[in-house]
Design a protein around this ligand. Structure first.
Ligand code: SF4
Ligand code: SF4
Length: 339
């Protein structure tokens, strides 16, 4: 990331022509006051079926070919295409807490850095899909900040693809393990998730809070992580959501707002499909996002993402909350886990 003064961003006409009159904000339900399921606006697994499909293809077409990036994407496609094993004939029995604790093996093995579980809310499922499995296991993989900090240059973008590759491989591994144990399981890999939103279940299972930049923040990894998921009928114990006061912190911080070249990050929450929340203006973000192979400036500049900063910030927020409340507050909770 550069500190140079920058000129106002003007979107490439070749991209805006492909967008035509479509508004991603309208598809996302900006200013809608009724709760409804999400519609797919970008990262369709099959771009030819999406309103934004041609624009999504341009994301790749405009890029200067880079051997490492092409290799990372090819490896991710291979992982996504991997067949899962058949569901085993015998259901392994464990208590719900034991099931959830078993997920730690994938962190220990280095497949991912974070796991959590929650019940699948049908309102998280895209409106062209159906929820068919009751639980969702969330997996988080951490960025290498030394690589991520180079966004929007390709070097930073490669770490985004590298981590999506890791996240996809982790989801396939967890889904394969569950099937071997006799349970139905389906891997959901990003960025073309196709079936279900990732951020709401990740918040529900304790991965962190929604930040003003529209991504999740937690003290351990800031926003410097990527997600994948596994839908399953295995009877996991849910991991609870966590609150560090980040939502309030965002209302007083403007770092990402000021850093976003197309000024897509609003200072206040917006009403989106019946819920007031932080929301990134899709129609402003997406041209810059496409021209820079994924941008990610907002997550890289977020102070929570800087190495060794998040836990200190969380501790300061805890002390501040304690001062304001005039009473003892609970200590900062650990990463998500079953109780
Ligand atoms: S940069 Fe500041 S306002 Fe933006 S998400 Fe991070 S903490 Fe919140
Ligand atoms: S991804 Fe880039 S363009 Fe989009 S909101 Fe973040 S900083 Fe702005």
């Amino acid at each position: 990331m550069s500190n140079k003064q920058r000129a106002p961003f003007i979107a490439d006409a070749r991209f805006t022509d492909l967008l035509g009159n479509y508004s991603g904000n309208a598809v996302n339900g900006l200013h809608e006051t009724t709760v409804r399921r999400p519609s797919m606006v970008w990262w369709a697994p099959d771009p030819s079926l999406a309103d934004f499909g041609e624009a999504q293809k341009w994301f790749y077409a405009q890029e200067e070919p880079d051997a490492e990036m092409l290799d990372l994407r090819a490896r991710r496609r291979e992982v996504v295409a991997q067949q899962l094993p058949d569901v085993g004939p015998h259901k392994q029995t464990r208590t719900p807490v034991e099931w959830t604790n078993e997920l730690q093996q994938f962190v220990t093995a280095g497949d991912c850095e974070m796991t959590g579980v929650t019940t699948l809310d049908p309102d998280w499922v895209f409106d062209h899909e159906e929820a068919c499995l009751p639980n969702i296991v969330m997996l988080g993989v951490q960025h290498d900040y030394d690589e991520l900090r180079h966004v929007p240059e390709l070097r930073g973008g490669k770490d985004v693809t590298r981590q999506y590759l890791r996240a996809a491989a982790a989801a396939k591994k967890v889904a394969g393990w569950l099937r071997d144990q006799g349970h139905r399981a389906e891997a959901v890999t990003g960025p073309m998730t196709g079936k279900v939103l990732m951020i709401p279940p990740a918040i529900a299972c304790g991965f962190g809070e929604l930040g003003k930049h529209g991504s999740i923040i937690n003290p351990e990894f800031g926003s410097a992580f990527r997600l994948s998921a596994v839908l399953t009928d295995a009877p996991f114990k849910e991991t609870p959501p966590r609150d560090f006061g980040i939502d309030d912190f965002c209302s007083r911080c403007r770092v990402c707002e000021n850093a976003c070249p197309p000024e897509a990050i609003a200072p206040d929450k917006q009403m989106v499909r019946g819920v007031e929340k932080w929301y990134v203006d899709f129609d402003r973000c997406i041209p810059y996002f496409a021209e820079t192979s994924g941008c990610a400036i907002c997550i890289a500049v977020c102070p929570w993402s800087l190495p060794n900063v998040g836990m200190n910030l969380a501790e300061k927020l805890r002390r501040r909350a304690k001062r304001l409340a005039g009473e003892a507050q609970p200590v900062v909770p650990d990463t998500p886990r079953a109780e």
